[in-house]
Design a protein around this ligand. Sequence first.
Ligand SMILES: Cc1cc2nc3c(=O)[nH]c(=O)nc-3n(C[C@H](O)[C@H](O)[C@H](O)COP(=O)(O)OP(=O)(O)OC[C@H]3O[C@@H](n4cnc5c(N)ncnc54)[C@H](O)[C@@H]3O)c2cc1C
Length: 460
Amino acid sequence: MADYDVDLFVIGGGSGGVRAARIAAGHGARVMVAEEYRLGGTCVIRGCVPKKLLVYASRFRGEFEDAAGFGWTVPQASFDWTTLIANKDREIARLEAAYGATLANAGVKVAKSRAVLLDPHTVQLAGGERVRAAYILIATGGAPSYGDPIPGIEHVISSNEAFHLPQLPRRVVIQGGGYIAVEFAGIFAGLGSHVTLVYRGDNILRGFDDDVRRHLRVEMEARGITVLTGCKVAAIANAGSHYSVELSSGNRIPADRVMFATGRHPNIGKLGLKEAGVEIAGNGGIAVDKYSRSSAQNIYAVGDVTNRVNLTPVAIREGHAFADTVFGGKPTAVDHTDVPTAVFSEPEIGTVGLTETQARARLARTDVYMAMFKPLKATLSGRDTTILMKLVVDGPSDRVVGCHVVGEGAAEMAQLAAVAVKMGASKADFDATIALHPTAAEELVTMRKKTASFVREAAE
Ligand SMILES: Cc1cc2nc3c(=O)[nH]c(=O)nc-3n(C[C@H](O)[C@H](O)[C@H](O)COP(=O)(O)OP(=O)(O)OC[C@H]3O[C@@H](n4cnc5c(N)ncnc54)[C@H](O)[C@@H]3O)c2cc1C
């Protein structure tokens, strides 16, 4: 590798790239990272972290409302968007600096620049500087997609801009049915905006368990969010003091902001992939094998740019596995099954494993255990809400293959349930576990009655 300027050049200083760079340097590699925006990437700068901070902010509304039933008198609460955003920005800047320090401490050089490939071993920085690398890792992440162009599309913001709005919009129209759309619906509604969620499909959160989708929609509507399905935004007109949003149904809604959360695409544009011999897969991401190696022998790709499972811990795991494989002498493939995931909607969702629909398509017999109940806290607060818990079980083996929760604490529950599901725990193992009382989670080990059982019909 002496013929090269560096052993590894990483394009993209986000979750996957930073982890890969640090671990590779730890294995003794000479590493350089290029980041065109801010170190930390989507998750830290305009994804998971700032979003969760905004989610926390939005949940105080419910807490203030619930407090009365417990004897508290809370004076009329008021909210200041500018304070929240300034505090959030301070924390994000601190994290960005921490990422920089981590890389510096590991001996990784950082170029604050866009990088593109000129050939399989050469990267060019924005100033024209060329760096020759033995290995290159593409970890450029993804970016918001806006769908087909419509009149007035220039008025639309994505989640990127939502984190930096100068003021809290009074009325927001959000188009999209995925997790970012429902999370921002909850954020804006909790902070006091009137929110209309517009989604062209028949229900929100396609790909999640159908009971979860139905339950969340009911709960969101109970919190005052208008959910319009089966239609889409057709045009947006600037009406002076606000926007007039025309829907495909013909209805018009006034809005102070229009946000699209209509999916994300891998950042592969103008990267020089063709020049380097890197091929694109059918999913629109960089095609890679189980070790994240692309069609070019010395070029690898991890994280959202491969469009496999687009979550931060997955990008981190892939980046780590890449470094161990190439520089640590330990070939490591990432297992993408049973990845737990959460939706920080209000109420939140925590889930791991198969949905009922997926299980029924794959298993000879699927047993379902489901419970819906009023949480203890809601008895005194008077809040009209229910928690949903569902276990999907492989009938013949009794193995729990899916766990889905909608309600307070669901994400925390899913992380722990994921350990059991990953280990192959059976429903009998869940039942043998003594409940922790009084919690909502105890329902997961006390659901005795099967609510449904489905035998797969033999293929013709
Ligand atoms: C609003 C939102 C909320 C999210 N919430 C969650 C969540 O709660 N939990 C979760 O697990 N995941 C969440 N995600 C997804 C998560 O952020 C991504 O899966 C994760 O950041 C992917 O990491 P990555 O390393 O692949 O890419 P990124 O973190 O996107 O990093 C890529 C980096 O590459 C840089 N870059 C791109 N092209 C170039 C170039 N040519 N030269 C130099 N630099 C370049 C970019 O500026 C960026 O910093 C969320 C995403 C969004 C948008």
